[in-house]
Design a binder for this molecule. Structure first.
Ligand code: CMP
Length: 137
């Protein structure tokens, strides 16, 4: 079994899409190991996305991710990391495969509804990030 970090971003929470998104995750056989509604501070968002620090979208992304509450989940399943990436679709909702969460619920390349870890290493780092947040909340 493998674990991955999943975030339902502030745009989806504001649009009341939590239930729709979670239903799709459960239908794909993921077990929800952890689930928490959290509002990141700007500093926490900057830390979470630090791999993108040099990118032009980094500051607007961090502002967006700290603009409202998000749902943070640890999900478990066989091949969880790759399978979840398939279920959510590519980063840009306009290019995401039909039926994926990002294609279904639209948004922009920045406000793209959800986040999922992209590798074993980032899953470990991102789950550790969430555990630190939970320990201090
Ligand atoms: P996510 O899967 O959370 O990983 C990094 C995030 O940066 C991505 O989803 C988008 O929210 C954002 N992002 C990636 N590329 C761009 C881009 N070209 N313009 C704006 N935001 C982007």
């Amino acid at each position: 079994m493998e674990q991955t970090l999943f975030i339902i971003k502030p745009d989806a929470v504001k649009r009341n899409l939590i239930g729709e998104v979670i239903k799709r995750i459960e239908n794909e056989g993921f077990e929800i190991i952890e689930l928490k509604l959290l509002k990141l501070t700007l500093h926490q968002a900057q830390e979470f996305y630090k791999v993108h620090k040099s990118k032009p979208f980094y500051e607007p992304l961090c502002k967006f991710m700290s603009s409202g509450k998000s749902i943070f989940c640890v999900l478990e399943r066989e091949d969880a990391i790759a399978h979840l990436r398939k279920v959510i679709g590519v980063t840009d909702p306009q290019k995401a495969e039909k039926g994926t969460i990002r294609a279904l619920f639209g948004g922009s390349i920045q406000e793209n509804i959800v986040h999922a870890s992209d590798s074993k290493q980032s899953a470990e780092q991102e789950i550790a990030f969430l555990k630190t947040l939970l320990a201090s909340s």
